[in-house]
Ligand binder design. Structure first.
Ligand code: FO1
Length: 322
């Protein structure tokens, strides 16, 4: 079983590549839920929805989130009542939010809700929320503290980022499903998601770093794919967030953030010259193409990651040098 940690669109793309080349039921994806929020009294899980829509082949190819071919009549009707419809929820997507909210209100755990969606969409991978407990990313900016989707969507992630907090994280618990997945993983992959606000919350769930660290110490390869290429985030504000928080916007900085957890990191050809510096951190670096423009790219990167993992396992997880 391969366990992938993922946030939104970039993470979902690699998870999809892994899903397409692995045997059915060989993949578990642990997904960030700190982007979740409530809108029109409905619980929205943008990253979870993005991952199961993508694996089911339903995601909107133009945006990476939402449902392909969706219509927006409900939002248009809301606008007629004077609502500011800043968050684009499609009509088919609404069905997911309605049912999720109903099931949660009737006492279901978020893990069970996602399992029901995954089964209904015939996705043969486990897609697990990082926790069943509510965690909410709050972004500190010169304009004040902003709820994550206000920062990201409503204000187009244009504000300078001075700090990031995960409200509720101290009380969040690792679920039995996530614990079991990580303790029995053959390898762990950090997808090319934002290290601060996508992978960051997953690692901040109390006990999560320790679980992954213990797996690594026991010889399980733990590999990240950098979301930074040539000093720029492939999508979203990860580069500006890293700089705002006092890091370099580079694959090296990503490797440093995950330093104690990783046996290796995958970086793009464009950052080839960072490989030697990354290896001084005590991990191996694989240089390959990390940009995923189509399904073939997703599969190729997934295959490169799996080959890298096999090589690390053969080397006992230590940096062997080339
Ligand atoms: N991202 C946007 O930039 N604009 C949107 O209007 C938007 C709507 C949306 C609806 C459902 C969904 O599951 C995701 C949606 N996203 C939208 C993406 C999402 O909010 C962010 O990409 C993630 O939270 C960051 O990973």
């Amino acid at each position: 079983m391969i366990v992938a940690l993922a946030g939104g669109v970039g993470g979902a793309k690699l998870a999809h590549g892994l899903y397409r080349i692995l045997k059915p039921n060989e993949l578990t994806v642990v997904v960030n839920t700190a982007d979740d929020f409530t809108l029109y009294d409905l619980r929205i899980c943008p990253d979870g929805d993005t991952v199961y829509y993508t694996l089911a082949g339903l995601a909107n190819p133009a945006t990476g989130w939402g449902v392909a071919g969706d219509t927006f009549e409900t939002l248009a009707a809301l606008r007629r009542y004077g609502e500011d419809t800043w968050f684009q929820l499609g009509d088919r997507d609404f069905a997911t939010h309605l049912l999720r909210t109903q099931w949660l209100r009737s006492g279901w755990r978020l893990t069970s809700v996602w399992q029901a969606f995954t089964n209904a969409l015939q996705v043969r991978a486990r897609i697990l929320p990082m926790s069943d407990d509510r965690v909410a990313t709050v972004v500190r900016t010169p304009a004040g503290e902003l709820a994550f989707q206000d920062y990201f969507v409503r204000r187009h992630h244009a504000d300078e980022v001075l700090g990031v907090q995960f409200a509720g994280i101290e009380e969040a618990q690792i679920t039995d499903e996530v614990r079991k997945a990580i303790t029995s993983a053959e390898s762990i992959v950090f997808c090319p998601s934002n290290p601060i606000v996508s992978i960051g919350p997953i690692l901040a769930v109390p006990g999560m770093r320790e679980l992954i660290h213990a797996a690594r110490t026991a010889g399980v390869p733990v590999v990240a794919v950098s979301p930074i290429v040539g000093g720029r985030a492939l999508r979203g504000p990860a580069d500006r967030m890293l700089s705002g928080l006092g890091h370099e916007a580079s694959s090296f900085a990503v490797a440093e953030l995950y330093r104690d957890l990783l046996s290796g990191i995958v970086i793009d050809h464009e950052d080839q010259e960072e490989a030697a510096r990354i290896e001084t951190l005590g991990m191996h670096a694989l240089v390959t193409r990390t940009i995923m423009e189509n399904d073939a790219d997703r599969e190729q990167l997934a295959a490169d990651v799996l080959n890298f993992i096999a090589k690390l396992r053969f080397a006992g997880g230590v940096v062997v040098g080339e």
